[in-house]
Design a binder for this molecule. Sequence first.
Ligand code: SAM
Length: 268
Amino acid sequence: MNRYQLGAENVTGVDSTSDNVLCVPVTSDSGQVGAGIESFANYDGIPAGAKDRPGLEGLFWSHDGTIVHKWHHYLPIYERYFSSFRGRKPRFLEIGVSKGGSLSLWRKYFGPDAIIFGIDIDPACDAFNGLSGQVRIGSQDDPEFLVNVVKEMGGVDIVLDDGSHYSKHIRASINTLFPLLEEGGVYMVEDLHATYWDSHEGGYQQSTSFIGDIRQMYDDMHHWYHNEGQRIKATTDTLASLHLYDSIAVLEKGRVLRPRHSQIGTAE
Ligand SMILES: C[S@@+](CC[C@H](N)C(=O)[O-])C[C@H]1O[C@@H](n2cnc3c(N)ncnc32)[C@H](O)[C@@H]1O
């Protein structure tokens, strides 16, 4: 049973000390690649007019419930991949609930009919169950737990991995969840900067880093052109596209057909 009101806490969850200055090559609401993003990425406090911006950006900056924590340059990336699901009752799963604020943001973004679930390993997150969405407690590397959550959701159209940020956990979640993702669905992994950090068992070009999986997925996607086959079972034959940004990877699921080419025209 859903209760869609926000949590009782009234926290202005804006970290104005974060100074991630990036101009990511995504389409802004003006339709220009990269346009309008720089001024929103480099700010001191809430930028003027930010609360009135359309879509997720406006909802994020005007959020006043329990804390949601997002890097600024993620906002237009979410918009780019999630906006087509708005108003279509998407089944949305976020790995990592933390203070509960992101689930309330997603509820506002996707609407009252969306199926919104969050999972977290921290039992304290159960306090957010039923507020903006359903919360289930368990680990993102537990296949049985994940399968049961997706069953309860009636399937899944979007997965956003904002969980532990350990490569082994990101990989385990993909292994279970990508095969369960609906065709046409989106699987987004964020905070991939952590894969470079010792604190997260990461490192630069480290063999066990999820960045290596991304490379392997790209190689698998091109299996038509080499003799090594596809090595990542979860995405075999179903990874329609792979999009990379600073700290974010987006995997789109679709039917992958053998590529064909044609020469059209008459002139030699
Ligand atoms: C970055 S926070 C999530 C932030 C939240 N999505 C937001 O936008 O405000 C990461 C969360 O992942 C949870 N977490 C850590 N390891 C996990 C695991 N193995 N399985 C599921 N959740 C995990 C942590 O307890 C923490 O609440």
